[in-house]
Structures are given as structure tokens and as C-alpha cells.
Design a protein around this ligand. Structure first.
Ligand code: GDP
Length: 205
């Protein structure tokens, strides 16, 4: 049963867009989720929605080439941006990603904010930095989730949070940063509250 107090529990798959188009109208506030593959993005979306597994985040081949849009209680959209893996990827894949994801991040009028997941054990991979480079000039609201933080000790968690905040500040990147774990639930409530605030602040059509 959907939890009516949590708007993220009313998430329903809407459509997929690819390099040849298919974006829904730019008319409702959108929250986009990004991060390299395997960082824990699907698990984070599921944790925010308070569900075990949403259909739209199921793994499908060619996932790096589509942006998935979901309806959020009829008043906003949740957007799953593709990420590529950690290893070196062919330039053609990066170019395609730049065109699709970069294009979306740079031009989407109704984009209320972006959630970037970085693995708490090794944040700021080349993929993460590439993503942040796209976000900086676009001046979007940004929430960085340091994922899988349950794998770190309390001391390591404090250290990684401080270091990530300092690095983003040094790079003049305005961002909220939270430790996050879909497994332990750390950061889930805080992230949800923050994102709800962004949606409330977004202009409604
Ligand atoms: P995605 O490719 O970014 O969507 O990543 P997934 O959500 O599918 O997660 C990738 C792997 O990391 C899976 O094996 C998950 O069980 C694991 N994982 C995801 N979130 C967490 C977390 O919070 N803690 C731990 N320890 N593992 C996680």
C-alpha cells in the first residue's frame, strides 16, 4: 500500500527518452538522480520510495542510453539518469552520454534539483567529476549522497563527509551532502525531507 505521507511512495513509471527524443513536456518539477552504475542509485530511489523494488529501476540492457521518467503523485517527476561504469569507457559512449545527460542537465527548465550518488568509500571518481562539471555551469540545486556508508566505521563516515563538503566548497560547487545507506536507512529521512522542500519551492505550472 502506498504511504500517503510520503510522496515518493506514489512513484509510477511514465516513459523513457533516448538519443532520438521522447522527453515528456517540460512542465512539472523534476528531481533527477545520477551516478555511475553500481553506486546504489536504484536502491536509493527504492529506499526513498519505501519500496522493495520499483519496476522502472529494474536493470535492462542499453540502460546507459535512456533517461527514465516517473510520475510522482501527479505533481512532479522523478528522473533516473543513466550512468556508465567505473572502468574506462569508449569515447563514443561518453559522447553519447554527454549529448543525452548533459543536454538534459543543461537545458531542462523544470529541473528542480539533482541528486548525485557517490560511493562513500571512494567518492569523486572520474565519472563523478565529469558529472559535476556538467552541473556547475547549469547552477542546479545539488544533493550529494555518499552511498553505502554502512560499509564505513563511524569515524570513517565523519571523515568522508567532512572531506566531501570541503572539496565541493573548494570547487565552488554549492551542494548539500549527506551520508546515505539504503541498507541501514541512514540519511533516507533527511534526503526525503530535503527533496520534498525542493519540490515545494519549485514553481508549479
Ligand atoms: P545502481 O546500479 O547504481 O542502480 O546500483 P544498485 O542499487 O543496483 O546497487 C548495486 C549493488 O550495491 C547491489 O548489490 C546492492 O545490493 C548494493 N547496495 C546498494 N545500496 C547499498 C547500501 O546502502 N549498502 C550496501 N552495503 N550495499 C548497497
Amino acid at each position: 500500500m502506498p504511504d500517503t505521507a510520503n510522496p515518493f511512495s506514489r512513484v509510477n513509471f511514465l516513459t523513457s527518452a533516448g538519443p532520438t527524443g521522447g522527453l515528456p513536456p517540460d512542465d512539472l518539477p523534476e528531481l533527477a538522480f545520477a551516478g555511475r552504475s553500481n553506486v546504489g542509485k536504484s536502491s536509493a530511489i527504492n529506499a526513498l520510495a519505501g519500496r522493495k523494488r520499483l519496476a522502472f529501476v529494474s536493470k535492462t540492457p542499453g540502460r546507459t542510453q535512456t533517461i527514465n521518467f516517473c510520475d510522482l503523485a501527479g505533481r512532479a517527476r522523478l528522473v533516473d539518469l543513466p550512468g556508465y561504469g567505473y572502468a574506462r569507457v569508449p569515447q563514443a559512449v561518453r559522447d553519447q552520454w554527454d549529448q543525452l545527460v548533459g543536454g538534459y542537465l543543461g537545458s531542462r527548465g523544470a529541473l528542480a534539483g539533482v541528486v548525485v550518488l557517490m560511493d562513500a568509500r571512494h567518492p569523486f571518481t572520474p565519472h563523478d567529476q565529469h558529472l559535476l562539471q556538467w552541473l556547475r555551469p547549469a547552477g542546479r540545486r545539488l544533493l550529494v549522497l555518499l552511498s553505502k556508508c554502512d560499509k564505513l566505521s563511524r569515524q570513517e563516515r565523519t571523515k568522508v563527509l567532512k572531506a566531501a563538503r570541503a572539496r565541493l566548497a573548494r570547487e565552488a560547487q554549492t551542494a548539500e551532502v549527506l551520508l546515505f545507506s539504503s541498507h541501514s536507512g541512514e540519511g533516507v529521512e533527511q534526503a526525503r525531507a530535503l527533496l520534498e522542500g525542493w519540490l515545494r519551492a519549485a514553481p508549479q505550472e
